[in-house]
Design a protein around this ligand. Structure first.
Ligand code: CO
Length: 244
């Protein structure tokens, strides 16, 4: 495997003088060479982004450097079309973020639980947002029967949501509407999963925060829909309640 046609990495100072970033750096992968080089556009865009931020506020990075105090924890889908800070107009420092396929809250997922514990106990976030989106590939596949290997294990959690709500879902004749409703029900179930952790229940008892919000993002309109809010007085199924 020769590297002779790997392109040389060239200087970027001329390219980054303009804004907005996306109009000067369109990702157009027409050829194999363009595909191989596409990652460089990210590095160039980074320089342009830094210049843009500094041109508005000279101390932009210094200001947020010392410590983070985000008010929000975002639990979202890994889908590239749902970038949390873009769609909520938040800036760096505003939001602690956890993303996975289909925004699942799995009570044995140590990655997620570590994020949750840190967000609640150390950062003391006031709001946790579980955000799903219509057109979610994870939810769509969970509705089907294709063997997807390891993904079966992850999507199984959504199949469980389907089973809990089978009566409601199967009463919906239109498949697209049923899919949309499962996206919503999945968000609500994941919010419940958050409330059923000892981490959140302990914080509710001691701090009366965080509030848990269930939202759905519409890829067609860019709008968020507010589905549910769960507060410290939420009536949790007793089997999931902890005594402290
Ligand atoms: Co998704």
């Amino acid at each position: 495997m020769g590297c002779q046609w790997m392109p040389t990495y060239v200087g970027m100072t001329k390219v980054v003088q303009l804004n907005p970033i996306r109009t000067i750096l369109p990702i157009q992968a027409h050829s194999l060479q363009n595909i191989m080089e596409s990652y460089k556009k990210l590095l160039l865009a980074n320089r342009a982004w830094v210049e843009e931020k500094l041109s508005v506020k000279k101390d932009y990075f210094e200001r947020t450097y010392p410590e983070q105090k985000p008010e929000f924890l975002w639990i979202g889908c890994a889908d590239s079309r749902v970038p949390p800070t873009d769609i909520t107009g938040t800036e760096q420092g505003d939001m602690f973020v956890h993303r996975n396929i289909a925004n699942l809250v799995v009570h044995t997922d140590f990655n997620f639980l570590s994020v949750l514990q840190y967000a609640v106990e150390v950062l003391r976030v006031k709001h946790i947002v579980v955000c799903g989106h219509y057109g979610c590939g994870g939810v769509k596949n969970a509705m089907g029967h294709k063997d997807l290997g390891l993904l079966n294990k992850w999507l199984r959690h959504i199949k469980d949501v389907y089973r809990y709500h089978a009566a409601e879902l199967e009463a919906i004749g239109d498949e697209q509407s049923r899919f949309n409703r499962l996206v919503e029900l999945n968000v609500i179930e994941q919010c419940r999963n958050v409330t059923e952790t000892s981490i959140v229940q302990r914080s509710w008892k001691n701090d009366h925060f965080p509030y848990i919000h269930g939202w759905v993002y519409d890829l067609h309109t860019g709008l968020l829909k507010d589905l549910a809010m769960m507060k410290p007085d939420e009536d949790i199924n007793s089997i999931y309640r902890y005594d402290f």
